[in-house]
Design a protein around this ligand. Structure first.
Ligand SMILES: [Zn+2]
Length: 113
């Protein structure tokens, strides 16, 4: 399952950041998840609940911020939305994806002794 390896990588990141900040526990993990990332948010939460148990994040909640796909014209920077024809109406060049395929650890709330 794809989501399992994502959660394991996420928890490794959380643990190394917690160590770097000498945190004793993590309360909350905020993750940015793009709509084109190919990941089910519900499955991520389920996997997180299982794998957090043995980590510093065992009491942490996982908050997922969904990021819609956003395209932009590489020439004039005009935004082109998903569902539209993915081409700039002014420049007639193909729009480029600038957001919506990311899986990024955005924020950690930690307890430091
Ligand atoms: Zn343009």
């Amino acid at each position: 399952m794809h989501e399992t390896s994502i959660v394991q990588a996420l928890l490794e990141q959380v643990e190394s950041q917690a160590r770097a900040h000498k945190a004793s526990s993590v309360q909350k993990v905020t993750l940015r998840l793009g709509e084109l990332a190919g990941v089910e948010a519900e499955l991520l939460v389920t996997a997180f609940d299982v794998y957090r148990e043995q980590t510093v994040a065992k009491g942490a909640a996982l908050e997922i911020v969904r990021v819609p796909a956003l395209y932009r014209c590489p020439r004039c920077s005009r935004e082109v939305h998903r569902g539209d024809f993915l081409q700039c109406p002014d420049c007639a060049v193909g729009a480029r994806l600038i957001a919506g395929d990311e899986i990024v650890l955005e924020r950690l709330e930690m307890e430091v002794d």
